[in-house]
Structures are given as structure tokens and as C-alpha cells.
Design a protein around this ligand. Structure first.
Ligand code: HEC
Length: 159
């Protein structure tokens, strides 16, 4: 193959810049919301899922429901999946009377995102602990993840 003549280097650079931009924006691709209600609906749906799986794990950890290692692993798998994009409904500032989100979220977005990231990381740690099938390994990892929920709710969610 012939080496590219000088006149093509610019095209080459433009092309790589284009590819780079396309890749970079793919990683931040998120839904655009036509209505405030749509964003509120999505984030409440995400949080409801998080609450469902976390709630069942909590019942097992607290002995209110018999511990079932397989079920626990399924729950944490789902929790970890949802938390990976639970930030999406919080992306832009959308508030309605149906929302308990505090407007402070959008004034402290970096802190909010960090708390969401923390939960995602702790869910991964909990997943590893759950794979042991051993409740005594699971308990501290569960508690650590639960601290993430309350840290964010305390600061960014109305009662
Ligand atoms: C980074 C912040 C953050 C983290 C972490 C977080 N939440 Fe939330 N959560 C919120 C906010 C904000 C709302 C209110 C959303 C709204 O009403 O618009 C909410 C709402 C909820 C709701 C109510 C959903 C509904 O139907 O109204 C539940 C249940 C919930 N969270 C459970 C959890 C659990 C369980 C965890 C931890 C495993 C958790 N959340 C972690 C910010 C967070």
C-alpha cells in the first residue's frame, strides 16, 4: 500500500477527530426528555427497582426472610445493572410536584454523581461478596451499600 500524500494527512486528522468525538459522545449518550414528567418517571422507576432488589436483600440480611444465596445473587446482579444508569433521570434539572428530588442536586452535581458512582461501586463489591454465598461476608458489604443510599437521600431527597 502507498503511503498517504501530504494532502491526505489533514483528511486523516479530521477523520480521527470525528471518530474520537463519535466515541466520546457514545459514552455520554442519554435520553433527552421532552417533558419534566418523563425524567421524573424514569428516575423514580430506577429508584423503585433499586429499592425492590435492595429491600429483598435487606430482608435476608436482617433475617426477616430466609437467606437464599441464589436469590441474593440474582438481586444484587439486578441492583448492579440498574445503578449503572440510574443517574440518567437526574441528568438535567427536571422537577415536578410528584418528585422528591431536591433542587440542590443540580447545584452540586459533581457530589451527587459521586454518590451515585459510590453506590455503583459498592454494588459491584456486594456482588463479589454474594458470590461467596456466605452471609457473614455479605453483611458488611450490604451495610456499606446501604450507607450510600442514606448519604444521598439525606442530602438530596425530600422526605
Ligand atoms: C446519588 C443519590 C441517590 C442514591 C445513591 C440513592 N438514591 Fe434513592 N433516591 C434519590 C432521589 C433524589 C430520589 C427522589 C427522586 C424523585 O422523587 O424525583 C430517590 C428516591 C428513592 C425511592 C423512591 C422511589 C419512588 O417511587 O418515588 C426509593 C425506594 C429509593 N430512592 C431507594 C434507594 C435505595 C434502596 C438506595 C441504595 C441502594 C438508593 N435509593 C440510593 C437519590 C439517591
Amino acid at each position: 500500500m502507498k503511503l498517504l500524500p501530504a494532502s491526505n494527512t489533514k483528511l486523516c486528522r479530521t477523520l480521527s477527530a470525528f471518530i474520537f468525538t463519535a466515541l466520546a459522545s457514545a459514552t455520554v449518550q442519554a435520553v433527552e426528555f421532552a417533558k419534566d414528567d418523563d425524567a421524573v418517571y424514569l428516575r423514580k422507576a430506577h429508584m423503585a427497582l433499586v429499592g425492590t432488589y435492595f429491600g429483598e436483600m435487606g430482608a435476608m440480611v436482617k433475617g426477616k426472610q430466609p437467606f437464599d444465596a441464589k436469590q441474593f445473587q440474582t438481586d444484587v446482579e439486578r441492583l448492579a445493572t440498574v445503578t449503572r444508569w440510574a443517574y440518567e433521570g437526574f441528568k438535567g434539572k427536571h422537577l415536578t410536584s410528584d418528585s422528591k428530588a431536591k433542587p440542590e442536586i443540580w447545584e452540586n452535581k459533581a457530589e451527587f454523581n459521586k454518590l451515585m458512582d459510590d453506590l455503583a461501586k459498592k454494588s459491584e463489591t456486594l456482588k463479589i461478596a454474594a458470590a461467596s454465598g456466605n452471609l457473614s461476608d455479605i453483611k458488611p458489604a450490604f451495610k456499606d451499600a446501604a450507607d450510600s443510599c442514606s448519604a444521598c437521600h439525606k442530602k438530596f431527597k425530600n422526605k
